[in-house]
Design a protein around this ligand. Structure first.
Ligand code: UPG
Ligand code: MN
Length: 741
């Protein structure tokens, strides 16, 4: 079919936009007006110099200026959301024999907190994709350089010979064997029963062998004899100091590499890049760049999918869906990457730690939020796992609208090099000093030096003229593991907020570098994330100052009878209603929304604050940002509490001290402040002049109920430590006793 006859019928995807949104403009208009009036009120009523409360008033004013500005930024991701729908049947009809090679990169970094069975389930899941095997290659990067992970991969590459044909025959989904067998059951009368249970046994046996090795902490001599590669791990090897190891476990070119049904197998490669103490390894970004080079020698697929080790493929058709965007004749040439949302298998009903990030990535027909919103401005950010890239774009190619990028699957010229030869060549590309004096990590590949290597890399790609796509099909494409404790969630957000702030303060500041290179709306959209960390101080001011002022009888808000009360009441009620509606229409429960508000408060007052402080220290050269890996396993008791949605504190962390100090301060101020005001001026004065202040303190008390529970009523291991509680009470008492300026 020629492109002229294709017209709309021939398109490989469809875009649908937001519907009639008059009410949305009403929302924007009324909140904006509210903010302006609040600012006017603050400016007009600022206490005179020397008057009590001037500083408190100024701080609250500054916070409100910030909240208004930040709210304006968030409009960018709400004004033009779009939704995309790929047509993979058309893709098959037209391109089945021209499908490009796809290289899948999976990263793992620590066999203890990312157990090998988790990583290999991800590997096995992508091996079973509905895609021609000879065009598929799977690479595992092991930054833990662990013999246990290698052993897992060896087992997986054998098991794959049965698993792949099994998945294709029965249309298995999810594609991860652990997830599949834990979630599906088959009746004994079913014709597939014997195959099904044989496969389950095969899987369980493998899992048992791997876990036994993990428990023993080493590989038996008997197993070591099965593969020469085990000799790479000699007594001198440890995870921080070892030679590069590249092992082709299944060579897709090898005619003898067949599954149990006799069909060709995808290529499977294990890589542990070289690590030496005196070389900085640049975390995941370093691993991805090594994979880019190694894979270029072995399979050189023009399309790359990157996954974290815990994020397995749930749906068999994700590659084809993504290709609908890249291969669309009309628009495909604009797109550098296709980002799928991060969804989680272990999220709880009410989303205790707000880890769905519903508002950021979820898509429902009723509602349009962040990622569809960004897509409407030129494309979503790259957020790491679950993203398909064009290899060329990742390597730094600049967009040129006159040149149509091709996806021809050119295999490297070394077609006939032997596997061991190839391993050696590839190994030399994964050395520590390979990147010295090159553009790797700068203009080439994934960028270094930023804890959110993904966001900054995607931003740079978009600044080179490319667009991106947000793809969120009904059946979840990937499922991963969300943090299961409060501290994990907070530490993860600290990394993100710190990384995003670094982008803002670097030469890649969205408003400066992005200017003229991307839509203004997209610049605003990026700034929403880049300013996460700045939310910490105004939020802290807002949860502490009004309460303390209440205690001292200083009114910070207009009284109920004043006209100025209206803008405050309307901004609060309209924006709360809006956010509640946004969550509920996205499938969140009421309690889920409440949990989200709590997590918003906790992230702002701890993660973002620490992210801000660390970024400043970083700029002054006092500290270096690191990458704290999120654990994928938890002890059984803690997991049980997670499932029951009981907040997990457990460890001692300065973050918890801040959270509980705020939690302790508010009821003290509310009760004592309320008592004093009522004694002096009567209840009428209290309820009119202090209504907003006491409502603020009151809602902080309500939202912090889990903290009181964890400090005073719980006895399990996840409760707040006594030392933390004592420290927080001491801090609250000091704040309580300090005079107000
Ligand atoms: O030195 C390192 C550190 C981490 N990783 C891998 O990076 C991935 C992400 O790490 P994780 O601890 O799970 O972080 P998350 O916060 O869950 O990751 C999100 O945020 C990261 C950026 O902060 C992105 O890289 C991820 O893709 C994205 O899922 C994991 O597979 C790790 O094995 C490495 O390969 N090498
Ligand atoms: Mn993760």
């Amino acid at each position: 079919m020629g492109s002229s006859e294709q017209g709309k019928e021939g398109r490989l995807f469809e875009i649908r936009g937001g519907k009639g949104r008059l009410w949305w403009w009403f929302y924007v208009g009324s909140v904006l007006l509210g903010f302006v009036l609040i600012w006017v009120y603050r400016a007009a009523h600022l206490p005179e110099a020397g008057e009590k409360g001037r500083w408190a008033w100024t701080a609250v004013f500054a916070a409100e200026l910030w909240f208004g500005f930040y709210w304006l930024l968030t409009l960018s991701v709400r004004w033009n959301p779009i939704y995309r729908f790929p047509f993979r049947d058309r893709l098959s009809q037209r391109f089945e024999d021209k499908l490009p090679g796809v290289d899948i990169f999976i990263c793992t970094a620590d066999p203890t907190i990312e157990p090998p069975t988790i990583a290999i389930n991800t590997v096995l899941s992508v091996l079973a994709y509905d895609y021609p095997s000879e065009k598929l290659s799977v690479y595992l990067s092991d930054d833990g350089g662990s013999i246990l992970t290698f052993y897992g991969m060896l087992e997986a590459s054998r098991f794959a010979k049965s698993w792949i044909p099994f998945c294709k025959k029965f249309g298995v989904e999810p594609l991860s064997p652990a997830a599949f067998f834990s979630r599906s059951a088959i009746s004994a009368h079913d014709p597939g029963f014997s195959e099904w249970s044989a496969m389950e046994k095969l899987y369980k046996d493998m899992e048992r062998r791997i876990n036994a090795a993990v428990e023993a902490g080493d590989i038996s001599e008997e197993i070591k004899a099965q593969h020469e590669a085990f000799s790479e791990w000699n007594f001198a090897t440890n995870s921080k100091d070892h030679q590069p190891i590249v092992k082709i476990l299944v060579d897709g070119r090898d005619r003898k590499a067949r599954d149990v049904e006799g069909y060709a197998l995808p290529t499977v490669v294990y890589m542990a890049r070289e690590k030496r103490p005196k070389y900085h390894h640049n975390f995941k970004a370093g691993a991805l760049n090594a994979l880019l080079r190694v894979s270029a020698e072995i399979s050189n697929g023009p399309i790359i999918l990157n996954l974290d080790c815990d994020m397995y493929a749930n749906s068999a058709s994700s590659i084809r869906d993504a290709l609908c965007f890249f291969m669309d004749e009309e628009r495909g040439h604009d797109y550098a990457f296709v980002q799928y949302p991060q969804r989680f298998t272990n999220s709880t009903k009410h989303n205790l730690y707000a880890s769905f990030m519903t508002i950021i990535q979820q898509n429902s027909d009723a509602l349009k939020v962040d990622f569809p919103g960004l897509d409407g401005q030129g494309g979503p950010a790259y957020t790491g796992t679950g993203c398909f890239h064009r290899r060329e774009c990742l390597q730094g190619k600049i967009f040129d609208k006159k040149v149509k990028v091709e996806l021809k699957g050119k295999r490297p010229k070394i077609e006939d090099a032997s596997a061991s030869n190839l391993e050696e060549i590839a190994g030399n590309l994964a050395t520590c000093n390979y990147e010295e004096n090159t553009q790797w990590g700068k203009e080439m590949g994934v960028k270094y030096g930023c804890p959110v290597e993904d966001v900054i890399t995607g931003f740079a790609i978009q600044c080179r003229g490319w667009k991106s796509v947000y793809c969120n099909p009904k059946t979840e494409a990937f499922l991963g593991l969300a943090p299961t404790t409060l501290s994990q969630a907070l530490v993860q957000h600290k990394r993100w907020s710190e990384g995003d702030l670094q982008i803002l303060l670097s030469k890649y500041c969205p408003f400066l570098y992005g200017h003229g290179r991307m839509n203004f709306g997209l610049q605003m959209g990026y700034t929403v994330y880049c300013c996460w960390a700045f939310n910490s101080l105004p939020t802290l001011a807002y949860v502490v100052i009004p309460s303390i002022c209440l205690l001292h009888g200083i009114s910070l808000f207009p009284s109920v009878s004043s006209y100025w009360f209206i803008p405050f009441a309307s901004v609060i009620s309209i924006s709360t209603t809006y956010s509640l509606w946004e969550s509920i229409t996205n499938g969140e429960t009421l309690q889920g929304w409440w949990n989200e508000q709590r997590m918003k408060l906790y992230k702002r007052t701890t993660s973002y604050l620490f992210g801000l402080v660390d970024t400043i220290l970083n700029l002054m050269g006092i500290s270096n940002s690191t990458f704290v890996i999120t654990p994928k396993v938890a002890d059984e008791e803690a997991l049980k509490r997670y499932e029951q949605e009981i907040m997990e504190f457990g460890s001692a962390s300065p973050m918890f001290t801040i959270l509980s100090a705020v939690a302790m301060l508010n009821p003290l101020c509310l009760v004592e402040g309320g008592r004093r005001v009522i004694m002096e001026a009567g209840f009428g004065a209290f309820s009119s002049r202090f209504l907003l202040q006491s409502m603020l303190s009151g809602s902080l008390v309500l939202i912090n109920l889990p903290i009181y529970q964890a400090s005073f009523f719980r006895t399990d291991k996840g409760c707040i430590r006594t030392s933390t509680t004592l420290a927080s009470i001491a801090i609250a008492m000091i704040a309580f006793l300090l005079p107000v300026m």
